[in-house]
Write a protein that binds this ligand. Structure first.
Ligand code: Z5A
Length: 208
Protein backbone atom coordinates (compact mmCIF):
# COMPACT_ATOMS: atom_id res chain seq x y z
CA UNK A 1 0.00 0.00 0.00
CA UNK A 2 1.25 3.50 -0.79
CA UNK A 3 2.30 5.28 2.41
CA UNK A 4 0.93 8.44 3.92
CA UNK A 5 -2.34 9.01 2.05
CA UNK A 6 -5.08 11.00 3.76
CA UNK A 7 -8.54 9.87 2.64
CA UNK A 8 -12.05 10.94 3.69
CA UNK A 9 -15.14 8.74 3.42
CA UNK A 10 -18.38 10.65 3.78
CA UNK A 11 -22.11 10.36 3.12
CA UNK A 12 -25.64 11.09 4.27
CA UNK A 13 -27.38 8.67 6.62
CA UNK A 14 -27.41 4.88 6.20
CA UNK A 15 -24.91 4.69 3.33
CA UNK A 16 -23.01 1.88 5.05
CA UNK A 17 -19.67 3.65 5.59
CA UNK A 18 -19.02 1.88 8.88
CA UNK A 19 -19.49 -1.60 7.40
CA UNK A 20 -17.22 -0.80 4.45
CA UNK A 21 -14.53 0.83 6.59
CA UNK A 22 -14.40 -2.22 8.85
CA UNK A 23 -13.84 -4.33 5.76
CA UNK A 24 -11.03 -2.01 4.61
CA UNK A 25 -9.38 -2.37 8.02
CA UNK A 26 -9.59 -6.18 7.78
CA UNK A 27 -8.03 -5.99 4.32
CA UNK A 28 -5.20 -3.53 4.95
CA UNK A 29 -4.44 -4.13 8.65
CA UNK A 30 -1.93 -1.98 10.53
CA UNK A 31 -0.84 0.04 7.52
CA UNK A 32 -4.24 1.74 7.71
CA UNK A 33 -5.37 4.03 10.52
CA UNK A 34 -9.16 4.33 10.69
CA UNK A 35 -10.52 7.32 12.50
CA UNK A 36 -13.74 9.33 12.65
CA UNK A 37 -15.35 12.72 13.11
CA UNK A 38 -16.62 14.17 15.23
CA UNK A 39 -14.02 12.57 17.48
CA UNK A 40 -10.93 10.56 16.64
CA UNK A 41 -8.81 11.85 19.55
CA UNK A 42 -9.58 11.85 23.30
CA UNK A 43 -10.56 15.52 23.55
CA UNK A 44 -12.42 15.52 20.24
CA UNK A 45 -14.41 12.48 21.46
CA UNK A 46 -15.55 14.62 24.41
CA UNK A 47 -16.73 17.27 21.95
CA UNK A 48 -18.49 14.48 20.01
CA UNK A 49 -20.46 13.53 23.12
CA UNK A 50 -21.48 17.17 23.56
CA UNK A 51 -22.60 17.43 19.93
CA UNK A 52 -24.47 14.14 19.68
CA UNK A 53 -25.51 13.15 23.21
CA UNK A 54 -26.22 16.34 25.14
CA UNK A 55 -29.97 16.73 25.83
CA UNK A 56 -29.63 20.30 24.50
CA UNK A 57 -27.82 19.33 21.30
CA UNK A 58 -30.83 19.33 19.01
CA UNK A 59 -31.43 23.05 19.57
CA UNK A 60 -27.82 24.05 18.71
CA UNK A 61 -27.85 26.15 15.54
CA UNK A 62 -25.52 25.82 12.57
CA UNK A 63 -23.16 28.60 13.75
CA UNK A 64 -22.67 26.90 17.12
CA UNK A 65 -22.11 23.48 15.58
CA UNK A 66 -19.84 24.90 12.87
CA UNK A 67 -17.44 26.16 15.55
CA UNK A 68 -17.62 22.96 17.60
CA UNK A 69 -16.89 20.74 14.61
CA UNK A 70 -13.85 22.84 13.63
CA UNK A 71 -12.59 22.82 17.23
CA UNK A 72 -12.87 19.03 17.42
CA UNK A 73 -11.20 18.74 14.01
CA UNK A 74 -8.18 20.81 15.09
CA UNK A 75 -7.55 18.41 17.99
CA UNK A 76 -8.17 15.34 15.83
CA UNK A 77 -5.71 16.55 13.19
CA UNK A 78 -2.99 17.41 15.69
CA UNK A 79 -3.24 14.30 17.86
CA UNK A 80 -4.30 11.52 15.49
CA UNK A 81 -4.07 12.35 11.79
CA UNK A 82 -0.73 14.13 11.66
CA UNK A 83 1.19 11.61 13.83
CA UNK A 84 -0.17 8.70 11.77
CA UNK A 85 0.75 10.33 8.46
CA UNK A 86 4.20 11.14 9.79
CA UNK A 87 4.60 7.46 10.72
CA UNK A 88 3.91 6.60 7.07
CA UNK A 89 0.40 5.20 7.65
CA UNK A 90 -2.55 5.79 5.39
CA UNK A 91 -5.35 7.53 7.29
CA UNK A 92 -9.02 7.13 6.44
CA UNK A 93 -11.44 9.28 8.36
CA UNK A 94 -15.15 8.52 8.57
CA UNK A 95 -16.47 12.06 7.92
CA UNK A 96 -14.47 15.31 7.82
CA UNK A 97 -14.96 18.91 6.64
CA UNK A 98 -17.20 17.65 3.81
CA UNK A 99 -19.79 16.93 6.54
CA UNK A 100 -19.47 20.45 7.98
CA UNK A 101 -20.17 21.87 4.53
CA UNK A 102 -23.09 19.53 3.79
CA UNK A 103 -24.73 19.43 7.24
CA UNK A 104 -24.16 22.88 8.72
CA UNK A 105 -23.90 25.12 5.68
CA UNK A 106 -26.31 23.50 3.26
CA UNK A 107 -28.70 21.22 5.20
CA UNK A 108 -28.93 23.48 8.28
CA UNK A 109 -29.04 26.46 5.95
CA UNK A 110 -26.14 28.65 7.14
CA UNK A 111 -25.15 29.62 3.60
CA UNK A 112 -23.79 32.95 4.92
CA UNK A 113 -20.89 30.85 6.31
CA UNK A 114 -19.90 29.49 2.91
CA UNK A 115 -16.97 31.87 2.18
CA UNK A 116 -15.89 31.63 5.78
CA UNK A 117 -15.90 27.81 5.49
CA UNK A 118 -13.25 27.87 2.75
CA UNK A 119 -11.15 30.36 4.79
CA UNK A 120 -11.45 28.15 7.89
CA UNK A 121 -10.47 25.16 5.78
CA UNK A 122 -7.26 26.88 4.63
CA UNK A 123 -6.53 28.08 8.14
CA UNK A 124 -7.14 24.78 9.96
CA UNK A 125 -5.99 22.28 7.37
CA UNK A 126 -3.11 24.20 5.79
CA UNK A 127 -1.02 21.54 4.04
CA UNK A 128 -3.09 18.75 5.60
CA UNK A 129 -5.80 18.74 2.97
CA UNK A 130 -7.06 15.25 2.18
CA UNK A 131 -5.69 13.53 -0.94
CA UNK A 132 -9.11 12.10 -1.77
CA UNK A 133 -12.77 12.29 -0.72
CA UNK A 134 -14.83 9.15 -1.33
CA UNK A 135 -18.52 10.04 -1.29
CA UNK A 136 -21.00 7.20 -0.71
CA UNK A 137 -24.08 8.41 -2.52
CA UNK A 138 -27.54 7.14 -1.60
CA UNK A 139 -31.14 8.31 -1.91
CA UNK A 140 -31.98 9.52 1.62
CA UNK A 141 -35.24 7.53 1.60
CA UNK A 142 -33.24 4.31 1.16
CA UNK A 143 -30.52 5.34 3.65
CA UNK A 144 -33.00 6.34 6.35
CA UNK A 145 -34.96 3.11 5.86
CA UNK A 146 -31.72 1.20 6.57
CA UNK A 147 -31.20 3.25 9.75
CA UNK A 148 -34.76 2.51 10.92
CA UNK A 149 -34.31 -1.19 10.16
CA UNK A 150 -30.97 -1.25 12.02
CA UNK A 151 -32.71 -0.64 15.38
CA UNK A 152 -30.37 -0.53 18.40
CA UNK A 153 -29.55 2.98 19.57
CA UNK A 154 -32.13 5.73 19.10
CA UNK A 155 -31.69 7.90 16.01
CA UNK A 156 -29.53 10.95 16.81
CA UNK A 157 -30.85 14.49 16.29
CA UNK A 158 -29.43 14.66 12.76
CA UNK A 159 -30.84 11.31 11.67
CA UNK A 160 -34.25 12.19 13.13
CA UNK A 161 -34.73 15.30 10.93
CA UNK A 162 -37.28 15.62 8.11
CA UNK A 163 -36.61 14.27 4.62
CA UNK A 164 -36.08 17.83 3.23
CA UNK A 165 -33.04 18.16 5.47
CA UNK A 166 -31.59 14.91 4.08
CA UNK A 167 -32.30 15.92 0.48
CA UNK A 168 -30.46 19.22 1.05
CA UNK A 169 -27.64 17.25 2.64
CA UNK A 170 -27.18 15.19 -0.51
CA UNK A 171 -27.03 18.39 -2.59
CA UNK A 172 -24.50 19.80 -0.09
CA UNK A 173 -22.16 16.85 -0.53
CA UNK A 174 -22.42 17.13 -4.31
CA UNK A 175 -21.59 20.85 -4.13
CA UNK A 176 -18.61 20.23 -1.83
CA UNK A 177 -16.98 17.42 -3.78
CA UNK A 178 -16.98 19.50 -6.95
CA UNK A 179 -14.19 21.55 -5.26
CA UNK A 180 -11.93 18.66 -4.19
CA UNK A 181 -10.36 15.44 -5.53
CA UNK A 182 -13.12 12.86 -5.23
CA UNK A 183 -14.70 9.56 -6.23
CA UNK A 184 -18.38 8.67 -5.92
CA UNK A 185 -19.60 5.21 -4.88
CA UNK A 186 -23.19 4.10 -5.52
CA UNK A 187 -24.04 3.05 -1.94
CA UNK A 188 -27.52 1.81 -2.84
CA UNK A 189 -26.03 -1.39 -4.28
CA UNK A 190 -25.75 -4.65 -2.30
CA UNK A 191 -22.98 -4.61 0.31
CA UNK A 192 -20.67 -6.88 -1.66
CA UNK A 193 -20.88 -4.70 -4.78
CA UNK A 194 -20.28 -1.53 -2.74
CA UNK A 195 -17.15 -3.18 -1.32
CA UNK A 196 -15.98 -4.15 -4.81
CA UNK A 197 -16.26 -0.50 -5.95
CA UNK A 198 -14.77 0.92 -2.75
CA UNK A 199 -11.87 -1.55 -2.84
CA UNK A 200 -11.18 -0.66 -6.48
CA UNK A 201 -11.05 3.07 -5.63
CA UNK A 202 -8.66 2.40 -2.74
CA UNK A 203 -6.42 0.21 -4.89
CA UNK A 204 -6.34 2.88 -7.60
CA UNK A 205 -5.27 5.54 -5.06
CA UNK A 206 -2.60 3.32 -3.53
CA UNK A 207 -1.18 2.54 -6.97
CA UNK A 208 -0.69 6.21 -7.93
N1 Z5A B 1 -21.65 15.84 11.48
C1 Z5A B 1 -21.93 17.17 11.18
O1 Z5A B 1 -23.08 17.60 11.23
N2 Z5A B 1 -20.90 17.99 10.83
C2 Z5A B 1 -19.60 17.57 10.79
O2 Z5A B 1 -18.69 18.37 10.50
C3 Z5A B 1 -19.34 16.19 11.09
C4 Z5A B 1 -20.39 15.35 11.42
C5 Z5A B 1 -17.93 15.68 11.04
C6 Z5A B 1 -22.13 11.79 13.32
O3 Z5A B 1 -22.82 10.61 13.22
C7 Z5A B 1 -23.07 12.91 12.95
O4 Z5A B 1 -22.37 14.16 12.99
C8 Z5A B 1 -23.54 12.74 11.53
C9 Z5A B 1 -23.14 14.00 10.81
C10 Z5A B 1 -22.76 14.95 11.88
N3 Z5A B 1 -24.93 12.68 11.39
N4 Z5A B 1 -25.60 11.75 11.74
N5 Z5A B 1 -26.10 10.89 12.11
P1 Z5A B 1 -22.22 9.18 13.51
O5 Z5A B 1 -20.73 9.18 13.38
O6 Z5A B 1 -22.77 8.71 14.82
O7 Z5A B 1 -22.91 8.27 12.47
P2 Z5A B 1 -22.94 8.19 10.89
O8 Z5A B 1 -21.59 8.46 10.36
O9 Z5A B 1 -24.04 8.98 10.33
O10 Z5A B 1 -23.47 6.77 10.63
P3 Z5A B 1 -23.02 5.29 10.86
O11 Z5A B 1 -23.62 4.81 12.13
O12 Z5A B 1 -21.57 5.11 10.69
O13 Z5A B 1 -23.85 4.64 9.69
P4 Z5A B 1 -23.46 4.23 8.24
O14 Z5A B 1 -22.35 4.99 7.74
O15 Z5A B 1 -24.62 4.26 7.36
O16 Z5A B 1 -22.98 2.72 8.43
P5 Z5A B 1 -23.50 1.29 8.75
O17 Z5A B 1 -23.76 1.15 10.21
O18 Z5A B 1 -22.50 0.45 8.13
O19 Z5A B 1 -24.90 1.06 7.92
C11 Z5A B 1 -26.16 1.40 8.41
C12 Z5A B 1 -27.13 0.18 8.27
O20 Z5A B 1 -27.29 -0.13 6.89
C13 Z5A B 1 -26.66 -1.11 8.95
O21 Z5A B 1 -27.77 -1.79 9.48
C14 Z5A B 1 -26.05 -1.91 7.81
O22 Z5A B 1 -26.11 -3.29 8.03
C15 Z5A B 1 -26.94 -1.49 6.65
N6 Z5A B 1 -26.24 -1.52 5.36
C16 Z5A B 1 -24.98 -1.08 5.10
N7 Z5A B 1 -24.68 -1.23 3.80
C17 Z5A B 1 -25.77 -1.79 3.22
C18 Z5A B 1 -26.06 -2.19 1.89
N8 Z5A B 1 -25.19 -2.04 0.89
N9 Z5A B 1 -27.28 -2.72 1.63
C19 Z5A B 1 -28.20 -2.86 2.64
N10 Z5A B 1 -27.98 -2.51 3.94
C20 Z5A B 1 -26.77 -1.97 4.21
Amino acid sequence: MKKGLFIVVDSGEGAGKTSQLNRAKETYGDSLVLTREPGGSPYAEEIRALILKSPNASQADAKTLFALFWAARADHLKNTVLPALKAGKTVITDRFDSSTFAYQIIAQGATELKDFFWQMRDFYLGDLKPDLYIYFDIDPVVGLARKHKQGGEELNHFEARQIDFHNRLREGFKEFIAHVPHEVIDASQPMEKVWEDFHAVLEKSFAK
